[in-house]
Design a protein around this ligand. Structure first.
Ligand code: ATP
Ligand code: MG
Length: 761
């Protein structure tokens, strides 16, 4: 038989081809970053279809983010070209689970139109249970309970299955509250995130006929980022795959970064046990990064014990060394990175011009993002925050969504609570408590409780009429969601109008109101991409990363966790400071587990870069409103010297770049860059000198030392100053020996001039 042309195979190396062509039976592809695992997985889907092994809907591909699923769909579509007749099931564990669960919701006591709760709702619900159980919420915070419940769900433990040894965790009542919480969710016809998977596992385990149906359905299963699956996800996969064993998992133990969410690298090791005879493929050629970048990443990850171990090589041309630079504070770091990004756009630093889409800033903690956002807004540099504070988390959006939720599922009590008196309907605390009680006593939803109260005249005052209108509104909107011909977009607009919600913001005189109205319009616009309200609500519940996109190139700002699987020509890794990265928590922990996970995160970060990787740290940083002096990260010590270039801190030689510290670079790969190298660089010394001439010996002491009396005349309005107690601020007035200062944290204060230093020179 003549081979059909298959360009997607020609693009692969022999090891990748091996993994793609071993179509039947279990396959495990275990390989380092950038070796083309995702590429091979995508080619495998195409190959399955091309070889006639499966129809599109018989293939199930699990990715880690919705974004990754979308990308894979695009690529598969492109590779398939004309053959495409439908698409495989591609999505995250969560999005795939929702689809399955909607079809069998009744098996776990839900209706198919169940709502998906977000963390906010979850916490609110838990608080109610905690209060009802007479537990001191201050001592035993709801968040703690939420964390425990998530942990159990990640391990596929329903309340009955939680080992008794773990019951003592939360005031000895953890499992009891967990059971109550599950019960409450059922009456609300709702699920939290963990439930989506857990319910599927429970259904598969308890209903062999349903399981068999899906096993027949999903004849080929593929999983990307396998190292980050937790026990529940693992069971989900194993149940689906155990009959036909056609499962292909790809992953990298060195990139396992979700241990804190219950991911278990051990799943990789278990794979060969659960699927004996698995075809194991190793890939060693990295196609993404330059040798310097790869060597730096390898140098760092070498510090971890207990790795499966692997070799990586590349024949990409040598390129630039990994750059390392220290800054005075986080703001200076942001300013410098902003300038670098613009310089790289114009084609500087020995590289061809790199557009904004090709540049990314990867932070350890999301609070680091603010400095970049502020800076980029100031200089007008377009950026996007991936996984940051999301559009859908804004108050007006959440309110509007609550209205939509009520229209789709009128028994959604959390949504009811949220908007019953928004806008104000004259329903005070007492009226709301009456609704709650009526509903509880009759065992019905709040909507029904309210209906009852209205009918029996149990509610007085002007609230009565308005509550009646609210109840009738929900009935009408709900009827319309089920009406075939009705447009969901018009319905959404109607809901916002009739409920008085839009009007509420139109009458609002606060400066934010116009923006909120804009956002509501944006929300209705977003509906256009969906067939109905339910589909939209589902989408919003599922998007974990910010996926609303406007046109134009933008720098990406995201956490290291969100950067998994992605690649950029230029990557900035700011904030490499002990306590930030590695995180304080990982450093405080006994044992090395946390620290090793942080190190893997460093490895993930460096290996996102194709051509240029810049690591930076600051000596001072404001963390949750507190100024702190910082020490460079211990991971900096682990960077192999030969692959790193230490840059001079800016602002010392007139914005000087390029005057790299001429410290002795060792040619031995094993030698590490030490903090001493950084501190001994002339630039760093100059910075220290500068600090010393101001009467402060080190950055650490800068905050604790009273500076010699400085005359008021040394300052003028608009100066940026630093005060040892109040932090940074701007001078807004001069008076005698006092300065009036608007502190960014402490507000406006009058202080003696001698107690502040100019922050900018
Ligand atoms: P990560 O571990 O970071 O998820 P990965 O192993 O999934 O990485 P891919 O993202 O699939 O790696 O591939 C990395 C880059 O290398 C991509 O740009 C991809 O197109 C390219 N690549 C992969 N395999 C080949 C190949 N055989 N020939 C040329 N380029 C390749
Ligand atoms: Mg990948």
């Amino acid at each position: 038989m003549a081979a059909r042309p298959a360009p997607y195979l020609d693009e692969l190396n022999p090891a990748q081809r091996e993994a793609v062509e071993a179509l039947d039976g279990p396959v495990l592809m275990l390989a380092g970053a950038g070796t083309g695992k995702t590429k091979a997985l995508t080619a495998r889907i195409v190959h399955l279809l091309r070889m006639g092994k499966a129809r599109p809907n018989e293939i199930l591909a699990v990715t880690f983010t919705n974004k990754a699923a979308r990308e894979m769909k695009l690529r598969v579509g492109r590779m398939l070209g004309e053959v495409a007749e439908g698409m495989p099931w591609m999505g995250t564990f969560h999005s795939l689970s929702v689809k399955i669960l909607r079809r069998h919701a009744e098996l776990v006591g839900l209706k198919s139109n169940f709502t998906i709760l977000d963390t906010d709702d979850q916490i609110r619900l838990l608080k109610q249970l905690i209060v009802a159980a007479n537990i001191d919420e201050k001592r035993w915070p709801a968040r703690m309970l939420a964390g425990m419940i998530d942990g159990w769900k990640n391990r596929a433990l329903t309340p009955e299955r939680v080992p008794s040894s773990e019951a003592s965790g939360y005031a000895n009542r953890g499992t009891e509250l967990y059971a109550q919480y599950q019960e409450r969710l059922r009456t609300l016809n709702a699920c939290d995130f963990g439930d989506l998977l857990l319910h599927c596992v429970v259904i598969f385990q308890g209903h062999p006929d349903v399981l068999a149906q899906y096993q027949r359905w999903f004849r080929y299963i593929l999983v990307d980022e396998y190292q980050d699956t937790n026990v529940c996800q693992y069971l989900w996969l194993r149940l689906l795959a155990q009959a036909h064993r056609n499962i292909c998992c790809v992953g990298d133990d060195d990139q396992s970064i979700y241990g804190w969410r219950g991911a278990e690298v051990g799943n990789i090791l278990r794979f060969e046990k659960d699927f004996p005879g698995a075809h194991v493929v190793r890939l060693e050629q990295n196609y993404r990064s330059t040798p310097h970048i790869l060597a730096a990443a390898s140098g760092v990850i070498a510090g971890n014990a207990g790795r499966l171990g692997k070799t990586l090589w590349t024949d990409v041309k040598e390129g630039e060394k990994v750059r390392l630079i220290g800054h005075w504070d986080g703001e200076e770091e942001a300013r410098w990175i902003g300038e670098e990004i613009e310089a790289l756009m114009r084609g500087g630093r020995g590289l061809d011009p790199v557009g904004l889409d090709g540049q990314a800033i990867l932070v350890r903690a999301s609070h680091q993002m603010r400095a970049f956002e502020d800076r980029f807004l100031t200089i007008g540099l377009p950026y996007r925050v991936i996984g940051g504070p999301r559009f859908y988390e804004r108050q007006e959006i959440r309110d509007a969504m609550a209205y939509f939720r009520l229209a789709v599922s009128p028994e959604d009590d959390l949504a009811f609570e949220r908007v019953v008196n928004v806008p104000k309907r004259g329903l005070g605390d007492k009226a709301q408590a009456d609704i709650q009680r009526t509903a509880r006593m009759a065992g019905v939803s709040l909507l029904e409780g309210a209906r009852e109260l209205v009918a029996t005249g149990g509610i007085g005052g002007k609230g009565a009429g308005q509550l009646r209108a609210f109840v009738e509104g929900i009935d009408r909107w709900h009827a319309l969601t089920r009406h075939e011909g009705a447009s969901h977009i018009e319905l959404a607009e109607m809901i916002l109008e009739e409920s008085g919600y839009t009007e509420m913001w139109q009458n609002d005189k606060t400066p934010e109101a116009p923006g909120r109205l804009e956002n509501l319009k944006e929300l209705v616009k977003a509906l256009e991409q969906f067939d109905n309200l339910q589909g939209f609500l589902e989408h919003v519940a599922l998007i974990m990363d910010n996926e609303t996109e406007e046109a134009g190139e933008k720098v990406s700002i995201m956490t290291l966790h969100a950067a998994k699987g992605l690649e950029f020509p230029v990557v900035f890794l700011p904030g490499w400071e002990d306590g930030l990265f590695p995180s304080q928590r990982s450093m405080d922990e006994s044992g090395l587990k946390g620290l090793e996970e942080e190190r893997r995160l460093a490895y993930v970060g460096i290996t996102r870069a194709e051509e240029l990787c810049t690591i930076s740290f600051a000596s001072n940083r404001r963390v949750y409103g507190q100024w702190q002096s910082q020490l460079p990260s211990r991971f900096i010590d682990e960077l192999p010297t030969a692959h790193v270039e230490v840059l001079t801190p800016p602002g010392l030689y007139g914005g000087g770049f390029g005057a790299a510290a001429p410290y002795a670079v060792s040619s031995s790969m094993d030698e590490r860059v030490s903090k001493a190298d950084v501190y001994n660089s002339p630039g760093w010394k100059r910075m220290q000198d500068r600090v010393q001439t101001r009467g402060v010996s080190t950055p650490r002491e800068a905050r604790g030392v009273v500076i010699d009396a400085t005359a008021v005349s040394a300052f003028s309005e608009g100066d940026r100053v630093f005060h040892r107690k109040f932090g940074y601020g701007i001078v807004i007035g001069l008076e005698g020996d006092k300065l009036e200062i608007d502190f960014s944290k402490a507000g406006i204060k009058k202080v003696v001039a001698g107690f502040v230093v100019d922050a900018d020179d």
